[in-house]
Write a protein that binds this ligand. Structure first.
Ligand SMILES: [Zn+2]
Ligand SMILES: [Zn+2]
Length: 166
């Protein structure tokens, strides 16, 4: 059985019956271009499963650590992705709206994946005012200015200016 498949036979069809679940599982492939959950790191799912008329309602949080390069200076950055979830599991699941409830079991993995992927930063920053790398010499400008002459104008704009009559 997969790590995030949970049996709900005990609360199913018992209106308002609920059970708390706290599961940690390693899920592969949680990555965007800018950041990723490191290999072997656990995704923590903490949800209250509640029996409702339509099926089982899962509400709580999904959390996972991430790492990725700073988008300006490329130094490694780390953080935690944390998402609130409130999802319905029902026998006749509707794509994009609810998840399937099969044989009195709910699989929290798709829910966890979706929640983490939505929270991963696409372009992390080591700090809000990171000065990045010099485009000319590659020096880390957080450690001081380099000796390059600052280039204020993009040459492509100069070419456009030359085409303008005035
Ligand atoms: Zn940086
Ligand atoms: Zn430079």
């Amino acid at each position: 059985m997969r790590a995030l498949v949970v049996d709900v036979a005990d609360i199913r069809n018992r209106p308002a019956a609920r059970r708390a679940e706290h599961i940690e599982a390693v899920l592969d492939g949680l990555a965007l271009t800018g950041s990723a959950v490191p290999a072997g790191a656990g995704v923590v799912v903490e949800v209250m499963l509640e029996s409702v008329k339509e099926g089982i309602l899962a509400t709580g949080t999904v959390a996972a650590p991430w790492t990725g390069p700073c988008r300006r200076c490329l130094k490694p950055v780390a953080g935690d992705a944390r998402a609130a979830v409130a999802e319905l599991f029902e026998e006749r699941a509707t794509e994009g709206e609810s998840y399937p409830l099969v044989h009195d079991q709910v699989d929290l993995e798709p829910l966890a994946r979706e929640a983490v992927l939505l929270e991963l930063p696409q372009a992390p920053l080591c700090r809000d005012d990171c000065r990045g790398l010099c485009a000319t010499c590659g020096a880390d400008l957080n450690e001081g200015s380099c000796r390059c002459v600052p280039e204020n104008r993009d040459p492509r704009w100069a070419a456009l200016d030359a085409l303008r009559p005035d």
